[in-house]
Ligand binder design. Sequence first.
Ligand code: ATR
Length: 273
Amino acid sequence: MGYPVTHSLSPLMHTFAFQHYDLDSLYVPFPVAPEHLAAAVVGALALGIYGFNVTIPHKETIMAHVDEMSAEARFIGAVNTVQIRDGRAIGHNTDGEGFLQPLRALSLTFTETLVCLLGAGGAARAIAMALLQSECPALVIVNRTYERGQRLVTVLQKHFPHAEIRAVPYEQAADVARGSTLIVNATSVGLHREDAVLLPDTCFRAGQIVYDIVYRPLDTPLLQAARRRGAKVVSGLDMLIGQGAEAFHLWTDLAFPVEAIRRVLEPFLHDVS
Ligand code: ATR
């Protein structure tokens, strides 16, 4: 449910997974106007469906209409997945877990990972929480609006008192990135061709992982530069599939066929300008 819900890759992804398991199920995009959200949730409960995803503009307002919320959704202050169990609607946020899945696939040792996180919006919040829950020892938030970065740090420090968490001004991004083993772009920079380059090439080296949550285009300038310099790269498509996998698991208890889904989605992202 979103408003609008055009251009979503989720119907493709989930319907493919249903077919993979030979389940007689569908994933359908519903444009739900804000004033109809409450009725839509009641309707979903009445229909007895597995659940649904929620996207803009409903991610926050949906919280008033679910019966329960996961700890992640409560911390992030947003729900992107609703699971219906025994006639109750449970709100989850799968962004953090979705973010981690590709890193787990790379066998990353989280307890030795020094993180440089660019951004302090909703996505950055989910990512920071996921990384700190995975016991990353140090996380530096670099945000264009320094004060917003600082505010996020204050909240994180309360929840994770043992981690070294700090915010630095945007001008220090390159220095912080050079000293990190995982660099994450959780800003919207890269979505447009004309966007400024986030970090100079000299920030990247072999042994680092550079992760961009932007998936349109699939290969952002940041990932291209990191790859050229020998770093491992993880794309926003990996996170998109990861959060879908987590939602699918909540609804069906089944695992996403990740590699097959990547092959299905990639052609839809290659030609985007
Ligand atoms: P989301 O919920 O997707 O994270 P958001 O809350 O709007 O979206 O956050 C967008 C993030 O991208 C913010 O960290 C924003 O920085 P500000 O807090 O300074 O606004 C960052 N961002 C957006 N455009 C940017 C740009 N041109 N340069 C640097 N950072 C940018």
